[in-house]
Design a protein around this ligand. Structure first.
Ligand SMILES: C[S@@+](CC[C@H](N)C(=O)[O-])C[C@H]1O[C@@H](n2cnc3c(N)ncnc32)[C@H](O)[C@@H]1O
Length: 305
């Protein structure tokens, strides 16, 4: 995220606070004017004029900063300024994975189709995470990390490596959303296979969503994930070979799955259950299945330590 956006965002937040304070003083003063004829205080009139100047100055700066494709939007209010700033910054991120509502009608254009609250319901994210700690492994733009924070988690750590370190994707989407949502979600760039209680701690709830089939060493990855899970794991994954009645994994040595060479294995549900058990999880349940083809699907598993 460019420093200029951060500066303008801060200025916008300062002027918003000023607008709230002024509007309350103004309504009190106009009430007095109406009830006993007390004229508006001179200082309030001066403050209103100064505010107007400040607003015009910020509007000009934001219009100058705005991306050409949005610069034509008419800007008459603080909300318009906010929308212009957000649209400009959102457009700079090359590839959004998550659709995140940033406010003012701006939703990031994620290919991953995450929409609240449907997406949280799909993975069975507990409604109330008050007092809980949550680890989101492979968080990308952080949709689920922010959702966990919104549901009351006292600490959320978002981790990723591949996408955040990639020049093609990067961490810009996560950082922009975190700033705009005024979020306290923490972040760490760490590979799944490096996760350990010493490096990240142990979390009540661990989210491992859309990552398992990217693992070249899926059992090792689940061992690492188990080592940092205190209570519950929520696992979402592509599954394959659903017609096979024994635990089995489809192997994609090249780019057989979705033309993406970073996909390695498509386990069937029996295999996911067996792998979770072997990593030390119990009470394993399938909580959601979205069929993709006769033999493959996306499935959500809940498992406990
Ligand atoms: C399909 S995306 C899923 C993003 C998000 N969890 C979701 O469900 O919408 C896979 C994510 O896993 C991350 N990832 C892939 N390999 C990883 C690894 N070895 N260590 C950490 N993260 C990895 C990618 O960078 C990417 O953010």
């Amino acid at each position: 995220m460019v420093a200029e956006f951060k500066r303008l965002w801060q200025e916008l937040n300062d002027i918003k606070k000023r607008a709230i304070a002024l509007s309350s003083s103004f309504s009190q003063a106009t009430q007095k004017l109406q009830t006993d004829g007390t004229p508006l205080p001179e200082t309030l009139v001066e403050e209103l004029a100064a505010y107007r100047q400040e607003f015009d100055r910020l509007r000009a700066k934001v219009q100058e900063f705005a991306a050409p494709q949005v610069a034509q939007l008419s800007v008459a209010s603080l909300e318009d300024i906010e929308r212009l700033l957000l649209k400009t910054e959102v457009a700079k991120i090359r590839a959004w994975h998550h659709s995140i509502d940033l406010g003012c009608g701006v939703i990031t254009p994620g290919g991953g189709q995450t929409f609240s609250p449907k997406s949280e319901q799909r993975i069975g994210l507990p409604e109330n995470l008050a007092g809980m700690t949550v680890l989101d492994v492979g968080a990308w733009d952080g949709f689920y990390s922010f959702a966990a924070e919104k549901r009351g988690a006292k600490r959320v750590l978002a981790t990723d490596s591949f996408v955040w370190q990639s020049p093609m994707f990067g961490k810009g989407g996560f950082e922009l959303a975190r700033t705009v949502l005024n979020s306290q979600v923490e972040d760490m760039e760490i590979d799944v296979l490096e996760l350990s209680p010493e490096k990240v701690g142990v979390f009540d709830v661990v989210l491992f969503l859309g990552v398992l089939y990217h693992m070249r060493h899926p059992l090792l990855a689940l061992d690492r994930v188990a080592s940092v899970t205190g209570k519950q794991l929520i696992l979402e994954t592509h599954v394959d070979l659903l017609d096979c009645k024994r635990p089995a994994l489809a192997f994609y040595p090249r780019a057989e799955l979705n033309n993406d060479p970073t996909n390695w294995f498509g386990p069937n549900a029996l295999a996911v259950q067996g792998m979770l058990e072997s990593a030390g999880f119990r009470d394993i349940k399938i909580v959601n299945t979205a069929q993709v083809s006769s033999n493959s699907a996306r499935m959500v598993f809940h498992a406990w330590r």
